[in-house]
Design a protein around this ligand. Structure first.
Ligand code: SAH
Length: 241
């Protein structure tokens, strides 16, 4: 009898160990552990201390493994306070800018968001942690393909990436609750305003390429775009396909 109980106990222990291992291996958080602390520090010092308070935004920034969105040789610098090159003359935005722009559109569950300028896919992943669905357009085919497979590999199945000129927006899925543009346009593309829902919000850097631009917040009120200048920024240029 004692022997049988002892054997049963061992079996239970084995099953428990297997279950813990299986859970651990399937948890993305476990594989991110090495960078967890850096990410926490980034959110606290660069984002929270500078005034971003939206809990959903802060949680998303604490969750998304930014180091997996930069080229391997920049991985150790992924949580630094600045933009980094991602190839093709483009950059992943500074963490604070990603936090600021995310909070500015007041994202929440149920939201359908359009992003113009996928780049690495980092901003799209941050949005995907909060919103229901993210559509993102990138003009550089190689970057769009890389971001698409990266996001799929990481399990972001609520993001759709397409190659194209984001000037025209993405009509099939419009209207959007919010639009984020991450390349500097000389003016606000009218199709983007059209594709915003009534009461929808867009954030977009406006100004000449290679100069300081202004981050603008646009709200669609009674069919019209009401814009507000926020602060000076520097983004890569909005190119036309
Ligand atoms: N959101 C990105 C930052 C990318 S930088 C990230 O999180 O990594 C801006 C991107 O906009 C670049 O990759 C650039 O190629 C792209 N871009 C520039 N003009 C564009 C256009 N007209 N349509 C779509 N993407 C464009």
């Amino acid at each position: 009898m004692i022997i049988i109980i002892a054997i049963m106990d061992i079996t239970i222990i084995k099953v428990t160990i297997c279950a813990i291992l299986a859970l651990g291996l399937s948890s993305p958080a476990l594989s991110q552990d090495a960078y967890q602390e850096k990410r926490e520090t980034m959110v606290r010092r660069q984002i929270k201390d500078r005034g971003v308070t939206d809990e959903a935004t802060l949680r998303a920034l604490r969750t998304v493994p930014r180091h997996l969105f930069v080229p391997e040789n920049y991985r150790s610098r992924a949580y630094e306070d600045g933009p980094l090159p991602i190839g093709y003359g483009q950059t992943i935005s500074q963490p604070y800018i990603v936090g600021y722009m995310t909070e500015a559109i007041r994202p929440k569950a149920g939201f359908k968001v359009l992003e113009v300028g996928t780049g690495s896919g980092y901003q799209a992943a941050v949005l995907a942690e909060i919103a229901d669905k993210v559509y993102t357009i990138e003009i550089v085919k190689e970057l769009a393909q890389q971001a698409d497979s990266r996001l799929k590999r990481m399990g972001y199945d609520n993001v759709e990436v397409k190659t194209g000129d984001g000037y025209h927006g993405w009509k099939e899925h419009a209207p959007y609750d919010a639009i984020i543009v991450t390349a500097a346009a000389e003016f606000i593309p009218p199709p983007l305003i059209e594709q915003l829902k009534p009461g929808g919000i867009m954030i977009i850097p406006v100004g000449s390429p290679f100069m300081v631009q202004t981050l603008m917040l646009v709200e669609k009120k009674e069919g019209k775009a009401v814009s507000k200048s926020l602060f000076p920024v520097r983004f890569v240029p909005f190119t036309r396909g």
